[in-house]
Design a protein around this ligand. Structure first.
Ligand code: MN
Length: 147
């Protein structure tokens, strides 16, 4: 199967642009496109997420692993207690139980491809204690308040 890429709109033929998450978790200006929804021998989903300038993905953690490759623009990502600048081509492995978030806080889109197991645990949000621990670190506070 071939799905042609539209480089103006960052969409693919026949792929719907969906709401990022429908579970009510907090995020801003993020869309989801599912490019591959698993096959018998590859029980994975391959998605493209796009964060508009000023937007951010959910601040979360979970047992399952993500593999991410930045495909559009640049911004920052929180991984554990590190903030990393990200740009097209960067590859990020998000290990199990690691808090993460992507922010389009550098005046540009951040679009990324993400490979994930189809069978995976539910996303966990941070509780007040975890949030307070993060906000106690000035570099992380600055990141979380950056847009
Ligand atoms: Mn995640």
């Amino acid at each position: 199967m071939m799905r042609k890429f539209d480089e103006k709109n960052y969409t693919w033929d026949g792929v719907d642009t969906l709401v990022y998450k429908a579970d009510g978790s907090p995020f801003k200006d993020v869309t989801r496109q599912v490019l591959f929804d698993g096959a018998f021998d590859i029980p994975c989903q391959f998605r493209y997420f796009e964060v508009k300038p000023g937007g951010y993905s959910t601040l979360e953690y979970h047992e399952h692993t993500h593999m991410v490759m930045i495909f559009r623009g640049h911004g920052q990502c929180l991984l554990g207690d590190e903030i990393k600048n990200v740009k097209v081509g960067d590859f990020i492995e998000i290990p199990s139980h690691t808090i993460h978030q992507f922010r389009a806080n550098k005046g540009d889109y951040v679009g990324f491809l993400c490979l994930v197991n189809k069978d995976r645990d539910k996303v966990k949000l941070l509780d007040d204690t975890q949030m307070a621990e993060l906000m106690a670190k000035p570099h992380i506070k600055a990141f979380l308040e950056s847009c």
